[in-house]
Design a protein around this ligand. Structure first.
Ligand code: FES
Ligand code: FES
Length: 200
């Protein structure tokens, strides 16, 4: 029936919320516009870039492709809970806490590229990610994808990490630095200190 609205009860980041929207409303719009949760980003809008990855009932999905009618009794996890949820702990160990993940990007674009808002975020950014995520637009997708990987395997091999990262479009091509950062974090502590000694 045209105009028929859905009233959905959703577990979002382990909290129950109610959403009232049209059945074909995209999940990315529910998150970013209706709920003002800006951590999940929108890049291509056609399911190819991975900027909008979220976990829906434990599975990684592109929020730009999920209509509201698929969210009946859904359990969602988004990057907005990065600092709080245990699920993100392995990735927090690699990249540190990330109070700037949510909300620093406006929807405005310049020549098709996202624009980083001026202010404290850019400073935090350079401190928290030396040599990694130069613009940071892909970082929420990268962190969601890696978190999903760690859910299935806490000690993934380089190939799995590489394939996971290649699923996210990074305009700044920081794949190698992120890959090294992830692989470095997976080394046993002894090897890590030996490697540090060798490089001194
Ligand atoms: S914005 Fe959804 S995959 Fe690119
Ligand atoms: S898109 Fe800029 S760091 Fe990935």
């Amino acid at each position: 029936m045209p105009g028929h609205r859905l009233k959905l009860k959703i577990m979002l980041n382990e909290k129950e919320i109610l959403v009232d929207c049209l059945p074909d409303r995209r999940l990315i719009d529910i998150l970013r516009i209706d709920l003002e949760l800006k951590g999940t980003r929108e890049g291509c809008s056609i399911g190819e870039c991975g900027a909008c990855l979220v976990l829906l009932n434990g599975t990684l999905v592109n929020a730009c492709l999920v209509p509201a009618f698929m969210l009946v009794d859904a359990e969602l996890v988004t990057i907005d809970a990065y600092d709080e949820l245990k699920l993100f702990a392995p990735v927090r160990k690699i990249f540190g806490p990330d109070s700037h993940t949510a909300g620093e990007y406006a929807d405005q674009r310049s020549n098709g590229r996202p624009v980083l808002q001026p202010g404290k975020h850019s400073v935090q950014h350079s401190i928290q990610y030396p040599g990694t995520f130069p613009c940071g637009f892909c970082s929420s997708g990268v962190k969601m994808a890696l978190s999903a990987l760690f859910l299935s395997n806490l000690k993934p091999g380089r190939q799995e990490v590489r394939e996971t990262l290649r699923g996210i479009l990074c305009r700044c091509a920081s794949y190698e630095t992120v890959e090294e950062q992830v692989m470095g974090s997976l080394l046993p502590t002894k090897k890590k200190s030996a490697r540090r000694l060798r490089t001194q």
